[in-house]
Design a protein around this ligand. Sequence first.
Ligand SMILES: *[C@@H]1O[C@H](CO)[C@@H](O)[C@H](O)[C@H]1NC(C)=O
Length: 306
Amino acid sequence: MGTKNTCIGISILLVVIAVISISLIVTSLKKLSSDEVGLQYNTIQKTLDDEPKLEGLYTGPPGYEFIIFPNTFTTMGFYDLACLNSDGVDIRLNVQYQYKAHSTYMKKLILEFKTFKIFKEVLSNIGEAALHEACSHFNTTQFQTERGAFQEFLIKTLHDRYNILHCSVTDLQVNNIVRPAAYEASIRSKERAREDIRVARSEEPRRLTEADTEILQAETQGKIIMNKAESDARINHNKATAEAEAIRAEFQKEAEAYAFLLNSNGLGLTQEGFISYLGSRVIAAAKQPVYINLGTPAKTSYIAKP
Ligand SMILES: *[C@@H]1O[C@H](CO)[C@@H](O)[C@H](O)[C@H]1NC(C)=O
């Protein structure tokens, strides 16, 4: 009985030892894939290895782990990122690039940033700062006409800043550069106004010629009216002068005739005789029958001889 119990006890012990050994081996067995580079970190002794390890299966002291960085270029992207250009205009753009830390500096970077996640956040912040800086060096016109120069400037800024953190940058792409809608609208209305001005300028000579022609026509018309008025006035004046002349001559003749009637060298009429003469002249000149009532002095001359 006792021996049997001892046997069972030993078996259990062996199993427990085996389980412990297996679990120790399993926990100390680590794999790195082809796109990873790792640095061994002993979580118990808090020590960091010097040499980064590439793809493979590794064992190490119990409680060690790999701090892993990508062994390939990783994409960093900013989408619809807003930045102010040198005119203070709000520009939006998409920017993408690839970056990779030099594995020779991996220990230094891990001592500074602990994990790739934190390192990546710092790189993202630095990238965004580089973008804002590049934006502020270009005005709105340049964003339209010198995109290549903007891209060059940005890649240089990124290179300089990422270099400090032992990172290379490649394959920068900038696209979807968008100016604010209000800015676009005012640009369009400015272009429309410029076009209107151009049209007005091109029409100016024709309009001026038209106006000149109208002025000329009005002047000519004015001259014609003036000439006609002057000629009418001359005619009227001449006519009036001639009429006055004729009337004057007629009265002259009449006055001479009356003088002859009254003159003693002429007919030598008395006053009464002259008045009755005038009376007969009036009646003779009348075109209608005349009914008159003259005083007695004239009456004698009218008595018809029987
Ligand atoms: C934009 O910058 C260029 C180059 O410095 C300059 O020639 C141009 O006049 C600027 N445009 C405006 C609208 O400020």
